[in-house]
Design a protein around this ligand. Sequence first.
Ligand SMILES: Cc1cc2nc3c(=O)[nH]c(=O)nc-3n(C[C@H](O)[C@H](O)[C@H](O)COP(=O)(O)OP(=O)(O)OC[C@H]3O[C@@H](n4cnc5c(N)ncnc54)[C@H](O)[C@@H]3O)c2cc1C
Length: 394
Amino acid sequence: MDMRGNDPTNKGRYDVIVVGGGIAGVAAAVSSARAGAKTLLIEKCVNLGGLATTGLISWYEPLCDGQGKQMIGGIAEELIKLSVEYGLDSLPERWGGNRPDRKENERYATHFSPTIFSVALDDYVLKSGAQLRFDTWATYPVMDGSKCLGVVTESVNGREFFEAGAVVDASGDASVMDRAGVPCVLGKNYMSYIAHYYDTADAQKLMETKDTRVFRKWMGVGSDMEGNGHPEGMKLFDEATAEELTRFMVVGKQKLLERIKQKGKNNFDITTLPYMPQFRTIRRIVGKCDFPAIDGMTCEDSIGWCGDFRPKGIGKHYQLPFGALYSEGFDNLIAAGRIISAPQGDGWEVSRVIPVCALTGEAAGRAAAISALKGATMDEVRERYMEQVRVQAE
Ligand SMILES: Cc1cc2nc3c(=O)[nH]c(=O)nc-3n(C[C@H](O)[C@H](O)[C@H](O)COP(=O)(O)OP(=O)(O)OC[C@H]3O[C@@H](n4cnc5c(N)ncnc54)[C@H](O)[C@@H]3O)c2cc1C
């Protein structure tokens, strides 16, 4: 077999490479660059935001506990503000809470335009000093024992090698850490597929209100997050394979087509399709410790507090352990976002939403910068530098 072009071109050294430009990767790249590390963010699509934007989620879960207390600050707060800065949506004026005029279940959360937010994210990342590389797939980490020397990528340039002092895996599926040999666990997913649409009945409303949000209403087919609506007898999606991802997208679009046929011609349009599979949990690492999401849980290596977005989570408070972001025996590899070490159930549910992904991304970026600039392993970062890694709410 002729493997022409197999040798990668060496693209030089970065202190920190972040793989994946979803919310976690954006937060990691920005915090790493702000910590003084030469940082490169590699994204296989051509827009930032991951599931939040490319996956059309467009609802930023709350930064508060549902009882008026701010739980997460830092980059998560910067991003929620940026998500509505140029679009039509706006944030609640206050942090919810038990004031007399509080609406039921009012939280410090918001809808946002996924397209406008994504455009604004480029500028946000570049202003931090981090560099961007789009349309580039990080295929393999290059390991030397417990140390990651950098990542191999594929793009229109062919195969390239980016050397790194530390690598943040913010891929949403832990593919870098999995391929480095970090122990991982697969998630289980119901069939759910969400597109954006508008209805001609809304045209009148648009004339009256000028509210163009009618163009991006959710059309969800399949299941909600509890499994209600999962097609009877259909196998869960629980393998991180290209075949399963394809099955998910094909079944989702088949179900959407059925819905389109039911709605009838001339009544509506699908304005955007998701450009990545809307799996909630693909794969996560087995870390030094887990984040089980137990109310009131504290830990010595806390990176900060978070709340619980679910109605049943009102008033719940959790500290997130740094140990859930890395696995022992891997010196300079760290996870961010929905792939941290959190068991299926409450831990994974709480940690996979946008604000918590931003929190773990910010902490991972800081830790990666320290690891690269001081030559410290993640265990050493945990022992000596937690004050610099911790992200506190204001
Ligand atoms: C159906 C559904 C509904 C949801 N609803 C909400 C909600 O209402 N509110 C909320 O806050 N959260 C919600 N979530 C969860 C939330 O949107 C995501 O979990 C979160 O945005 C994940 O962020 P992330 O950065 O960890 O990963 P991702 O968003 O998956 O980002 C990973 C990025 O890495 C890139 N990438 C992957 N592999 C590579 C590679 N090898 N090389 C280069 N780039 C790579 C991908 O293209 C992607 O851009 C929902 C999720 C789903 C599926």
